[in-house]
Design a protein around this ligand. Sequence first.
Ligand code: FMN
Length: 185
Amino acid sequence: MNPTLILYASRDGQAKLIAQRVQQHLTQQAVHSELADLKSPPNMAKNWQAIIVVASIRYGRHHAEVQQFFERNTLLVPLAIISVSLNARKGDGTPNSYLKKLLAQHHLQPFTAMSVAGRLDYPRYGWFDRLMMRLIMKMTGGPSDGKCCVEYTNWQHVTEFASTVSRYIQQEQNPNTKPLSQFGA
Ligand SMILES: Cc1cc2nc3c(=O)[nH]c(=O)nc-3n(C[C@H](O)[C@H](O)[C@H](O)COP(=O)(O)O)c2cc1C
């Protein structure tokens, strides 16, 4: 089986952590994968079994390298996406407006896509970002104490996402085992 490529776009590490968790799960399911930063993606001409993109949000947008990646590459292999934001802390995993926008902008049709909550880590931020995040949190009912640090990531959802990916990949290998209809985007 060809390896699956897991690409992450992260600034403070949470999207990378989520990508690593997905990789761990795939390894447990005997699905071989490679992990890479979207800032320096590997050879896209290689035969990948599937591509998983895990990307976080800053100021309402996925990072520039995410946009560039989808602009520069026409993906011919199955795609799965996780979008990481604090807005997603109020959701159930279904794609939020950030993720829907990304899918529409680049005409993407992943076999599965999820919005998952990230981490709020005021002590890490510079003064401007801290100020802005405190304002956003105040407006959206989150904690605004500039010393606080909260991980909102629903790891159960991450594991379920990884299971969907591994089942999809195994199904591709053995098309007679399970119907494709169980994989929703
Ligand atoms: C400067 C800054 C801007 C952010 N802007 C948004 C935003 O517009 N919407 C949102 O839902 N989350 C926003 N977040 C929250 C991040 O998406 C969240 O902290 C995520 O875990 C960051 O992922 P990373 O650690 O991989 O960079 C912002 C965080 C920072 C530090």
